[in-house]
Design a protein around this ligand. Structure first.
Ligand SMILES: [Zn+2]
Length: 373
């Protein structure tokens, strides 16, 4: 789960301009209070978030005869809620106008405001049918999961810490939020129970259509960044909500934790689908500015991960029986080392294993990878 280090910084990857100053990243820009029409009937607003590498999340507003739909209503907690109410107001709407909340995926900067919108306006919650947050996993893992939502804040945090303390599939630490992070997001005594799961009221499947902003949108299941990632496509105007699947200037983190084998292969397939779309006029990402070259951007991200697979292939000479942590140190800059980077490295190693290029063995619960041949 990408909670703390949303987008770990890759190490130098062999490109020739590795010492040149990096261009500023749009995704890091602080949220402004601007309301901008970015596609027919679609307004972009920005909500503040302070996660590493991210300064805002885009909350899109779509008007129709019933009121408005919003896409990705930001973080949980009272401060984020105030910002959401402010932006809706600047767009000319109130909370009770919201009839639908679309959540692109199960990270807190995207789904955080959804539950309270549901409480206050009765809005439908649209996600991919596989939507599942960390808190669902914790609740499933607990012996008395039925009672978790009425437990005290401290008991809920302890349940999360118990879940997080179990070893990851590669024998390292799991990536997830710590107490300080949760308190910062939700407030020290949250107004809604931490583990009150967000229940989609309109789970959608691949290819299903949904009517928003007076027209039909096609649901696209795009696993990779998370397994449950959802994009929406409006074929009439060529508008795509890309969520965190395709971002304008940073490459999304890939979680190694997925209900299916080889999440990197799933990500490649999801990116190929974006690259193959014709008649796209504008891509609307969850972070950063709207952009037009969805094909070029998708191909670039595919190439980026291809280069990273090559780095691992080369590093296998240095680490003939390397752990995920060994390869992580080659793939990422030191400031990004940690559980998130390990999870992404694991996804790459498992992809090479699925390709038949690497074998895996376990020693004392720790996965080791060896190049074959
Ligand atoms: Zn995000």
């Amino acid at each position: 789960m990408s909670h703390e280090h949303h987008h770990p910084t890759p190490a130098t990857n062999g490109s020739t301009d590795q010492d040149a100053p990096r261009p500023p990243k749009q995704e890091q820009e602080e949220a402004t209070t601007d309301v901008t029409e970015v596609a027919p009937g679609v307004l972009r607003t920005q909500l503040p978030i302070s996660l590493p590498g991210l300064g805002h999340v885009n909350c899109y507003v779509m008007e129709d005869e019933r009121g408005i739909a919003v896409v990705d209503p930001g973080l949980p907690g009272p401060a984020a809620w105030d910002a959401l109410v402010d932006r809706l107001g600047r767009a000319g709407y109130g909370v009770t106008d919201v009839h639908t909340v679309v959540v692109t995926h199960s990270h807190p900067d995207h789904y955080g405001g959804a539950q309270r919108l549901r409480h206050e306006s009765g809005a439908e919650i649209v996600t991919h049918e596989s939507f599942r947050t960390l808190f669902d996993s914790v609740a499933d893992d607990s012996e008395d999961s039925a009672d978790l939502s009425v437990n005290s804040f401290d008991e809920q945090i302890e349940a999360i810490e118990r879940y997080m303390s179990r070893p990851s599939p590669w024998g390292g630490r799991r990536a997830g939020p710590n107490r300080e992070f949760i308190e910062r997001l939700h407030g020290e005594r949250p107004d809604v129970p931490l583990l009150e799961p967000l229940r989609p009221t309109m789970p959608v499947v691949e290819g299903q259509t949904i009517r928003l902003a007076r027209r039909e949108w096609v649901a696209m299941h795009t696993p990779g960044h998370t397994y449950d990632h959802l994009c929406l496509f409006d074929p009439e105007h060529g508008v795509v909500f890309t969520g965190d699947h395709v971002l304008p200037t940073i490459t999304p983190h890939i979680s190694g934790m997925a209900p299916e084998a080889d999440p990197l292969a799933l990500f490649f397939a999801s990116l190929e689908r974006m690259a193959a779309m014709s008649d796209v006029t504008v891509a609307l990402p969850a972070h950063g500015h709207p952009f037009t070259d969805l094909r070029g951007r998708s191909e670039h991200i595919i190439e980026h991960h291809g280069e990273r697979l090559d780095i691992i292939r080369q590093a296998s000479e240095q680490f003939p029986d390397g752990t995920v942590s060994d390869f992580m140190r080659v793939l990422f800059r030191e400031r990004s080392w940690g559980e998130m980077a390990e999870s992404e490295t694991y996804a790459h190693l498992e992809h090479l294993r699925e390709l038949g290029e690497f074998s895996r063995s376990f020693d004392d619960g720790m996965a080791h990878y060896r190049a074959i041949g």
